[in-house]
Ligand binder design. Structure first.
Ligand SMILES: Nc1ncnc2c1ncn2[C@@H]1O[C@H](COP(=O)(O)OP(=O)(O)OP(=O)(O)O)[C@@H](O)[C@H]1O
Ligand SMILES: [Mg+2]
Length: 585
C-alpha cells in the first residue's frame, strides 16, 4: 500500500492557490518496483472455473455493487508524464520505440525457431481441458512444451490465426504474451505419453487414447495435401499459477499493491480488445507465471488466448451479431428491451456477415470503441477513463500499416483475400477509434524539448498531433493557443501565442520558448536552487479542431526553468478533458 501511495506521489502534486498542481523536479518513474524477490517458493495456483467468473461478473458483482456510488477515478499506476511505467504487467514497447519489422515478427518468440514438425515427432502429454476449440499439450524435440489448438469446422483458419495475430499485437503494445505461431503437420505426427490424461465429460481424469486424438483431429482443418493446421503456444519459462483477477490485489503477493482495476494497462485493454473484437477478454485468458529473473523470483502477468477475435461466431446468428456489442446477459439491454417492448433499435440487428465469411460480424462501419463490450463485464474495463483510453490510442497510433500487415501474415490465412479483408477491417476499426477519441480529447503526444544545435541557447517545444496524423481532424481549421504562466501562485501570465499547423508537416509542430518576453527563471533570484518554486512554469495548450472559440481539448505541461544555458525541464504532462476557457481568452 505504501508503494501505491508513493507511486501516486510520483507526479506529486501540491495544490496551490489557483488549483494548478505542481510536479517535483525529478525524472518520471519508468520502472515500477514490483519485481522484488518473493521468498518462500511459488505462490499457490488459482483456479478460475469456466462459469464461475462469468456468473460473478454478470450477476453477483452488479448486485453487490448496487448500494455503492459508481465513482470515476483515474488509474493510479501512471507517472508524471501520463504514461505507464514498466512492471511485472507491462513493458513499454511500440508506444515508445520504433520496432523494426524483423523484431516485430519475432515478437515474444525472440530467436527461438518456430515449432517445426520436420525436427521430429511430438508427444502428447495432456489434453486441453476446456475452451471453444480442441487442443493438446505436447512436448517437441526442441525441448519445449507447447499448447496446440485447432480451428474446428466453423470459420476455418480464423481461431488459430486470431491467436497468433492477437498475441503479436498485444506483445507490441507492451503486454507479456506467449510465443504463438501457425504450424502444419501430418496426422501421424503425434505419439502419446503413457501418463497423458484428459478430463472426460464427468470431470474425471482418463488416460488419453489414440481414439481421443483421432476424434479431435477429425474435426480439425486440413490443407488439400492432408496436413493439419494448428496454432501453437510455447510454454514460457517458469511455473504457471493460474489466471489473475481483473480487480483487487493478491494478498499473498507482496509485489501486488495496485488494485488491478486501478491499473491503466488493464483498463485500457478495453480499447485494444475492442479493436480486435476479442470479446473473450476475461480472467481465464490471462495467466500468472512464477518466474526466475536473475536472483529474484516473482509473479509475471501474461495475456493469452486471442482465439475469439475477428468475428468468432456462435451457432446462433442472433447471438453472433451481439458479441462485442452486448454482454451474454446484459442487464441494461434486457431492461431497455423490456421497457420499450423490444422496439428500441439495436445497431447490430441488421449486420450482414462479411464477404470473407470467416470474419463473421467483425465490422468496421458500426463499431464504436467506447461502447464495445466483452462477453461479460470486466471490472477493469468498467473503470476505463478517457485518459486511460487515450493512452492506448497513442500506442495503437504507432502501429504502422506494415506492422499490421506483418501481424496478419503471421496468421497464415490460406486465401490472400482473407488477409486483405482483415487488414482493411482492422484499419477501418482503428480509424474509428482515432475518430472517436482524438476529436473529443487531447490529440497531442510526444512532447519534446529540443535545441536546433547543441550549443544554441534557444529551446523549442515540439509535439505531434495524432488527430492530424490520422486525418480525423482538419489541418486547415486546427489551431493551437498557448498560455504560459509562472510566479508564486502560477497566475502570472508570461505570454500567449497562437498558431496553425505548418501545411508542410501539419502533424508536427514546434514552438520556440519562452512564450512571451519573460521566462520563469527571470522571476527567481539568480542563485535560486533548481527546484525553486519561482522557476516553475505551466504551459496550457488549447487545441481547436473547429472554428468555435471554445477549445476542443487542452494539455497542461509543467516545467522547471533552469536558466537559458541549462534550459527547461519538462516534469509533468496533464491531459485536460474538458478545458475551461480562461478569462479574456
Ligand atoms: N504457452 C503456455 N504456457 C503454459 N500454459 C499455457 C500456455 N498457453 C496456454 N496455457 C494453459 O492452457 C490453458 C488454456 O489455454 P487457452 O486459454 O489458450 O485455451 P482455451 O481457452 O481452451 O482455448 P480456446 O477457447 O481458444 O479453445 C490456459 O489457461 C493456461 O493454463
Ligand atoms: Mg482460453
Amino acid at each position: 500500500m505504501r508503494r501505491a501511495i508513493a507511486l501516486l506521489l510520483v507526479g506529486a502534486s501540491l495544490a496551490c492557490a489557483n488549483d494548478v498542481r505542481r510536479f517535483r523536479l525529478q525524472d518520471p518513474v519508468w520502472e515500477d518496483p514490483d519485481r522484488n524477490d518473493v521468498p518462500g517458493g511459488p505462490l499457490p495456483s488459482y483456479y478460475s472455473g469456466l462459469m464461475a467468473d462469468g456468473a460473478d461478473q454478470m450477476f453477483f458483482r452488479p448486485l453487490a455493487k448496487l448500494p455503492t456510488l459508481p465513482l470515476t477515478t483515474e488509474a493510479t499506476n501512471v507517472n508524471a508524464l501520463d504514461e505507464v511505467p514498466n512492471s511485472a504487467w507491462f513493458q513499454n514497447r511500440i508506444g515508445f520505440y520504433d520496432i523494426p519489422l524483423d523484431r516485430f515478427i519475432k515478437g515474444p518468440c525472440d530467436d527461438v525457431p518456430d515449432l517445426d514438425p520436420k525436427n521430429g515427432r511430438w508427444i502428447v502429454v495432456a489434453a486441453k481441458p476446456n475452451g471453444a476449440n480442441p487442443g493438446f499439450f505436447i512436448k517437441a524435440p526442441d525441448g519445449y512444451r507447447y499448447l496446440i489448438k485447432f480451428d474446428g469446422t466453423q470459420q476455418p483458419g480464423r481461431p488459430t490465426a486470431s491467436d497468433v495475430i492477437g498475441c503479436r499485437l498485444y506483445w507490441a503494445a507492451g503486454y507479456h504474451t506467449t510465443c504463438n505461431g501457425i504450424v502444419y503437420f501430418p496426422e501421424d505426427h503425434l505419439d502419446i505419453d503413457p501418463k497423458a490424461e484428459a478430463e472426460n465429460a464427468f470431470g474425471e481424469d482418463q488416460p488419453i487414447t489414440q481414439a481421443d486424438i483421432d476424434k479431435v483431429l477429425s474435426k480439425a482443418y486440413r490443407t488439400k495435401d492432408g496436413l493439419l493446421r494448428a496454432s501453437f503456444s510455447r510454454f514460457v519459462p517458469g511455473k504457471p499459477i493460474g489466471p489473475f483477477i481483473y480487480e483487487g490485489t493478491r494478498a499473498d503477493d507482496p509485489n501486488d499493491v495496485v488494485p488491478h482495476n486501478e491499473r491503466r494497462e488493464l483498463r485500457a485493454i478495453q480499447v485494444l480488445a475492442g479493436w480486435l473484437g476479442h470479446f473473450d477478454s476475461r480472467e481465464q485468458n490471462t495467466f500468472n507465471v512464477w518466474v526466475k529473473d536473475g536472483d529474484r523470483q516473482y509473479v509475471r502477468h501474461f495475456m493469452i488466448d486471442f482465439g475469439s477475435a475477428f468475428g468468432s461466431r456462435w451457432p446462433r446468428d442472433q447471438i453472433s451479431r451481439r458479441l462485442g456489442r452486448s454482454y451474454y446477459f446484459d442487464t441494461e439491454h434486457v431492461l431497455v428491451d423490456l421497457l420499450s417492448l423490444g422496439l428500441w433499435p439495436r445497431e447490430w440487428e441488421h449486420l450482414e456477415v462479411n464477404d470473407q465469411e470467416i470474419f463473421g460480424y467483425y465490422d468496421g462501419d458500426t463499431f464504436t470503441s467506447s461502447k464495445w463490450r466483452a462477453g461479460y463485464p470486466n471490472p477493469a474495463f468498467d473503470r476505463l477513463t478517457p485518459r486511460d483510453a487515450l493512452w492506448m490510442v497513442r500506442i495503437l497510433s504507432r502501429i504502422t500499416p506494415e506492422h499490421l500487415r506483418a501481424a496478419i501474415e503471421l496468421g497464415r490465412f490460406h486465401d490472400p483475400r482473407e488477409t486483405e479483408a482483415l487488414f482493411e477491417l482492422m484499419m477501418k476499426r482503428r480509424q474509428r477509434i482515432f475518430a472517436e477519441y482524438l476529436t473529443q480529447y487531447p490529440p497531442l503526444a510526444t512532447f519534446r524539448l529540443a535545441r536546433r544545435t547543441p550549443d544554441s541557447l534557444t529551446q523549442s517545444l515540439c509535439f505531434e498531433d495524432l488527430a492530424l496524423y490520422h486525418q480525423v481532424a482538419d489541418p486547415a481549421v486546427t489551431y493551437y493557443k498557448m498560455r504560459f504562466r509562472g510566479g508564486e501562485d502560477l497566475d502570472q501570465e508570461l505570454g500567449w501565442t497562437q498558431f496553425t499547423p505548418d501545411p508542410e508537416h501539419p502533424h508536427r509542430s514546434c514552438v520556440v520558448l519562452p512564450i512571451g518576453h519573460k521566462r520563469p527563471a527571470q522571476l527567481a533570484p539568480p542563485d535560486a536552487p533548481d527546484d525553486d518554486p519561482l522557476r516553475y512554469g505551466v504551459l496550457d495548450i488549447f487545441v481547436h479542431q473547429t472554428k468555435s472559440v471554445r477549445p476542443t481539448s487542452a494539455v497542461r505541461l509543467h516545467f522547471y526553468d533552469l536558466g537559458a544555458a541549462r534550459g527547461y525541464r519538462l516534469v509533468g504532462v496533464e491531459r485536460v478533458m474538458d478545458p475551461v476557457r480562461p478569462a479574456g481568452y
